[in-house]
Design a protein around this ligand. Structure first.
Ligand code: FES
Length: 193
């Protein structure tokens, strides 16, 4: 233990600021991988859903034609969450002042902007794919995307395996940062998606 902490303990001083207890539930996730952020069924046509990766807000968008894209969930204008906006055709319109973004995050319309003015820079767009009934987003460095393997689940659809989908929040205890598997009916990790 640090000497300054020992000194303050002996002096009977409160320790709140001197001792930092790590939160065992927080683990680093490397962003240069594909991550499932929602189930396909969560996103109907012409709808949006707020999600996040490692604390970064991401909005998932299903367009009127059924196309899918993912953007930073923060309007470039006043930082209003874009998941509070509306799908307009193949684009997403912010719910506040109606700035509109295409599937790459480029701002394509500002309703009150004079025609001779440049459109503002938009928001970050994330690579987005759908597979196995899930919506995957690549939150990492775009330069590493081509080399990143997409998750392969060869047992999906194999009748000898049962697929279980677990939500992010599981009402159970945790031990050493991991889920107590006896609370999951004895399922083994390699059987979980
Ligand atoms: S906050 Fe989005 S358009 Fe103004």
């Amino acid at each position: 233990m640090r000497q300054d902490v020992l000194d303050s303990l002996e002096a009977g001083q409160p320790q709140e600021s001197a001792v930092k207890t790590p939160d065992l539930r927080k683990t680093g996730s490397h962003p240069d991988f594909w991550y499932p952020l929602a189930r396909s069924g969560d996103l109907k046509k012409a709808s949006v859903k707020g999600a996040s990766f490692a604390g970064d807000p991401i909005v998932l968008v299903r367009t009127e034609s059924g196309g899918l894209f993912a953007l930073e969930d923060r309007c470039a204008h006043r930082q209003v969450p874009l998941h509070q906006g509306q799908v307009q055709g193949e684009r997403l319109q912010c719910g506040y002042h109606c700035w509109t973004y295409d599937a790459t995050g480029r701002c394509v319309t500002v309703p009150y902007l004079d025609k001779d003015k440049n459109l503002p820079v938009g928001v970050r767009g994330y690579p987005c794919r759908e597979a196995y009934g899930l919506i995957f987003v690549y939150p990492g460095d775009p330069a590493t995307l081509a080399a990143a393997p997409f998750p392969d689940i060869p047992t999906l659809g194999d009748a000898r395996y049962k697929t279980r989908y677990l939500d992010r929040k599981v009402a159970c205890h945790y031990v050493n940062g991991g889920v107590k598997l006896d609370h999951l009916g004895g399922a083994k990790p390699d059987h979980l998606v």
